[in-house]
Each structure stands twice: as C-alpha cells, then as structure tokens.
Design a protein around this ligand. Structure first.
Ligand SMILES: [Zn+2]
Length: 420
C-alpha cells in the first residue's frame, strides 16, 4: 500500500471541478486507488505533503511519436510541414533500433510532462511500431498506438502495399490490443483520406471492428486539406462523408483536429459517437485555423485535447488546455457580431485533460479521476504556494495557468511510479 498526501483535484464534469484539501490517497498493491480519505484522517504519508496537489494524470489524445524530436520548427503550413518535417522524421524510423531509442525519449518526455495516457501515431514500418509498443510496455505508459497507414500520395519510402500493410497492422493489433493488463491499445491509423486508397480505409475499418480496436485519423485540419479531400473524392459530399462511407466514422474513432466542420457535419460526427481531438496549439502553430469548440460541444460531439506534437510545439497538456481557452476567447472577441455565449471555463479544461478525455477514449471506468476503484494514474505536484490562499474556483484557474512541468514531483501509472 502506498499513501499520497495533498490537495486532491477532482474534475467531475465539464462544469464541476472539486477540491479536497489535505486529503490522503491510498494505492493498493494492484495499482488501484484503494480509498481517498478526507482532511486530517491519514498518517504516514510516503509521498507528498499538505502543500502538494494530487491530480489525475494528463491525457494527450493526439500526438506523433516520430515527431517528438521535431517540435517547434516554425514557418510552415500543414502540407509543407508534412513534406519537410513529418515524412523525413517518419522515414528515419525504418530502422527498428533507432525507433526504439526514439520511443524511449518520447516516453521519458511525455511522462516528465505529466502525461500518463497518450493516443499516438507511429511510423509506417511494422517492426518499428512493434518496438515502440515494447518500450511503452516496459516504461509503464498507458497508450493507444498504431502503425501509420498510407498507400497513395506519400513519398516512396513510406508508401505501403495495401494488403501487406493491413496484414501487418492486424498482427500488431492482435499482439498488443489489451496487452499489459489492458494498459496498451491498438489503433488502426489511416493517416488521412488523401493518403489512403479506398481499399486501405475500408480494410482498416473492417479490421478495427473485428478486433475491437481504435481508429485514429486526421480530418478538416486546414483549408488546403479540406480542398484536397474534395478533389480526391469528388463523388462524396465532404471529408466526414468519406470517413462515414469507408466505415471509419465510429464510436471508437479519434478524429484529429476537425477545425472546419459545418453544422450538418457536426451533427453527423455527434450521432456516430466519434471523438474529435481538439489540438489548439497545433492549429495555431501551423496557422491551420481556430476550431469552434463551443459549437462542437453544443452539437453533442465527444471531445478530448491533443498536443498535436510535433505540429504542436508544446507537449505540456495544461498549456495545451490554456491554448484551448485562449482560442475560444479569440473566436469570441473577434467574432462579428461579438458573441454572447460564454467561453469554456478552467474547470472544463481540467475535465478535458482528465476525466472527459478518459470518457471520450472509453477509459473512464479505469482512469481519469482520483476515485477509489480506479487505476492510480496520478501526479503529485507542488505549485506556487500563494495558490492555496485563493477561493476554490480561483485556485482551479490559477493552477491551470501557472502549473509548470518542473513542479511535477511524482508520476504514477497504474500505481507504479514511472517518473519524472
Ligand atoms: Zn496529427
């Protein structure tokens, strides 16, 4: 049994974030939260003290392992970013030993930033994807991960033979989906519709359904990408229609970006139960666009947040959440006429970083909250002490805006201390 001591942050819903001061969290030997004991009742803390906070681990629902060491290269828009940065970065992963070393750096990096669950894309090489999974297994990271799939409109070294790639992805899915006591999950990852044949997309959808795996893809990320999808699929209404026709618009699909969606498309995505992973930092960095989160949520779409690394330069999820709030404020203040609806609150940001993302990933029965019975994916952080002087709603806000990676003292995933 391990015991943590501190102020517990408990995001309950998009509108409610609780704080329990001076609480004790006991983790059992199976890595589950045994109990959360309120003020003053505990003794013998092994980790933390009254000035620490205990947070659910952060969930980054969209990032790219090969781009971890390509963050912050400014001056490119989406398709130039693909050509100049993404494809060369993925080509280097053809060497499995190289891929393994870089996966180690990725795991060390994200854990150090307090991210306990990632939904991440890999490279289009099966042995390297397998090695990345081995690293995640060894390091204790919780992950949805998969080999990148693309068989048209991509450079020769990355372009796969359709059936061979689907076979390889199926083998990886059979090996890794549900591995490590359910901590690892496989995602079929058609890069984006313009890089995949119909056979690749339909095949990925069928295999994901058969194995109960996730699907990850990109759509409606930039105006140029929206146009390219229209040109590639002239017989379909739009990109959402393409995904729906290919069988990829499902409740196990994580759909990256989704900046440019009409009212009808939002409705279609909401009805399918598909998650849109909002990547505000990447959308700004690549000048792709400002996603209207409020409109998406109002349509009933399941939402999560992603760093978009390396298209997003910052992997620290609280700062991604700040960009989420700032994007909504930017849309509000520059709208003509000026909007009357509220921007999301810091409480909603915390929920999206933790429990809300866990729900979008169908993992809220296991993670996302500091609650007895759940697996202990927890952070112990030591924020600036003045935050403790504030009333609760101001504390929730100030913690989000001022927390720094250097203030993370311990990271636990399934009860195991994995960093920093
Ligand atoms: Zn991406």
């Amino acid at each position: 049994m391990q015991t943590l001591h501190g102020t517990v942050l408990q995001p309950r819903s998009a509108t409610e974030c609780m704080i329990h001061e001076n609480a004790w969290v006991r983790i059992d030997d199976c890595g589950r939260i045994h109990e959360v004991v309120p003020a003053g009742a505990g003794t013998g803390a092994t980790v933390g003290d009254a000035s620490c906070w205990i947070l659910p681990g952060f969930i980054d629902a969209h990032c790219h392992v090969p781009q971890w060491e390509r963050r912050g290269i400014d001056g490119l828009t989406l398709f130039d970013w693909h050509e100049r940065i993404v494809y060369p970065a993925e080509a280097r992963f053809e060497d499995p030993d190289f891929a393994e070393r870089k996966a180690e750096a990725f795991a060390t990096g994200v854990i150090g930033f307090g991210t306990t669950t990632v939904a991440a894309f890999g490279c289009p090489f099966p042995e390297s994807a397998d090695r990345v999974f081995s690293v995640f297994a060894r390091r204790g990271l919780r992950a949805v991960f998969g080999m990148m799939l693309n068989d048209v409109n991509c450079p020769a070294p990355l372009c796969q033979q359709t059936n061979a790639a689907l076979d390889q992805a199926r083998e990886l899915g059979a090996k890794w989906h549900g591995a490590e006591n359910g901590r690892l999950h496989y995602a079929f990852c058609p890069r984006m519709p313009v890089c995949c044949s119909e056979a690749m997309m339909r095949g990925a959808a069928a295999l994901a359904r058969m194995l109960g795996c996730y699907v990850q893809t990109h759509l409606a990320e930039s105006p140029a990408e929206v146009m390219a999808v229209r040109e590639a699929f002239p017989e379909r209404l739009d990109g959402v229609d393409v995904l729906a026709e290919m069988g990829l618009l499902t409740d196990r699909t994580l759909f990256g970006h989704g900046v440019f969606l009409s009212r009808a498309q939002r409705q279609q995505v909401a009805e399918a139960g598909t998650t849109i992973v909002h990547c505000p930092t990447a959308n700004l960095f690549l000048e792709s666009g400002l996603m209207d989160y409020v409109a998406h949520r109002s349509a009933g779409i399941r939402m999560a947040l992603g760093s978009g690394v390396g298209g997003g330069p910052n992997p620290f999820m609280p700062q991604v959440a700040v960009d989420f709030l700032q994007t909504a404020k930017g849309l509000k203040v520059y709208a003509m006429p000026r909007r009357t609806h509220d921007v999301p609150t810091p409480a909603e940001a915390w929920w999206l970083l933790t429990r809300g993302a866990a729900a979008a990933l169908h993992m809220d029965d296991r993670i996302g909250s500091v609650e007895s019975g759940l697996e202990a994916d927890l952070l112990v952080v030591r924020p600036e002490p003045w935050i403790a002087e504030l009333p609760p709603d101001q504390r929730i806000s100030a913690l989000l805006y001022t927390l720094r990676p250097q203030q993370i003292e311990h990271v636990f995933i399934a009860g195991r201390r994995v960093g920093p």
